[in-house]
Design a protein around this ligand. Structure first.
Ligand code: XMP
Length: 310
């Protein structure tokens, strides 16, 4: 792929598709949505409205970082605070697919409202090839693949979708993002799933449980960063594990640390993390994340496991 030619073509295509209409992009700060937002901004300029939906499921400090990076690129980002709505939709849900559906429906209803307010007719989305393949293959329902799963975005939500990156794999998207002038913290960013930390909380997704997994994720990312894994994160289990505190039995949270190596997220294997790093992660999580009694490192490859837990 010639990255420059690809970018020129997609800018042209986006302009032709949108015509004189306005478009909207929901930026998450991941490499996919960032690249397609910059691309669409080049194509449409001020006719592209960029929003960041704060779903309460992002990592530590992510919203501020994204705003700062994009304002540095001359792209204004509107933050939509929808935290309560997402948590309300997730209340009481423990089935993985139900959680994904609750997330997706809330995402599109919040997004649909923003689209209506903005007057945009088009929705720019960073769907990539792996999303489409896995959704078609029935591995899971990705929140950003509407038509493939039988939802008509125009009928259901009132807008048409533009997906400039749909033929690319992750490593190609990174090249495009770098060429578009995005900083390394974005173009080399670890993949982060649309439903955010909700994919890493087994059982009910509540603000308190998300806060726990967010803290553990920060520890994992900080301690493992030097190894540059494809993806590394923490997962909160639903059951508790027995521990001992001051001679007493105590039931505490169980955190799984997952780090994988992969090229395109279609297959993956566990990172060979040095023992001292695993020990440091364990000690820090036990100390910094309240109520944790056990930390484990996951070794399962994909397949048979997926990378995320839901
Ligand atoms: P799995 O868990 O299916 O994940 O092995 C493969 C890659 O996709 C990311 N992922 C998602 N990305 N929306 C996204 O945009 C989603 O719903 C979603 N679910 C998983 C995951 O982080 C991994 O990189």
């Amino acid at each position: 792929m010639d990255v420059r030619i690809f970018i020129e073509q997609k800018i042209e295509e986006t302009r032709t598709t949108a015509g004189a209409d306005a478009a909207i992009s929901a930026l998450s700060g991941g490499v996919d949505s960032s690249a397609c937002t910059v691309l669409a901004h080049r194509a449409l300029g001020d006719r592209l409205k960029v929003i960041y939906i704060d779903d309460g499921l992002m990592r530590e400090g992510e919203a501020d970082e994204v705003k700062t990076i994009f304002s540095g690129l001359g792209i204004a980002v509107d933050v939509v605070d929808a935290r309560e709505e997402f948590f309300a939709a997730l209340t009481g849900k423990i089935d993985p697919e139900e959680k994904r559906k609750a997330f997706r429906n809330t995402f599109y209803s919040v997004f649909g409202r923003s689209v209506k307010e903005s007057g945009a007719r088009y929705l720019v989305q960073g769907t990539i090839k792996a999303d489409i393949i896995e959704t078609k293959g029935g591995v899971k329902t990705q929140h950003n693949i509407l038509e493939q799963i039988g939802i008509d975005p125009e009928k259901g939500y009132g807008f048409k979708v533009i997906e400039p990156l749909r033929d690319l794999f992750k490593h190609e998207v990174r090249e495009v993002a770098a060429e578009l002038g995005l900083p390394e913290s974005i173009h080399q960013r670890m993949p982060f799933p649309g439903p955010g930390l909700a994919t890493r909380v087994i059982g009910e997704v509540t603000p308190e449980r998300v806060a726990l997994v967010r803290k553990a994720t920060t520890v994992v990312e900080e301690e493992i960063a030097a190894l540059k894994p494809f993806q590394a994160f923490a997962v909160l289990m639903s059951d508790k594990g027995t521990g001992i505190e001051e001679g007493q039995r105590r039931f505490g949270h169980v955190i799984i640390v997952r780090s994988v190596e992969s090229r395109d997220a279609m297959t993956a294997e566990a990172t060979q993390v040095p023992w001292d790093i695993l020990m440091k992660i364990t000690q820090r999580i036990l100390k910094e994340v309240p109520g944790v009694s056990r930390v484990a490192y996951e070794l399962t490859p994909k397949p048979p496991a997926t990378i995320e837990y839901i």
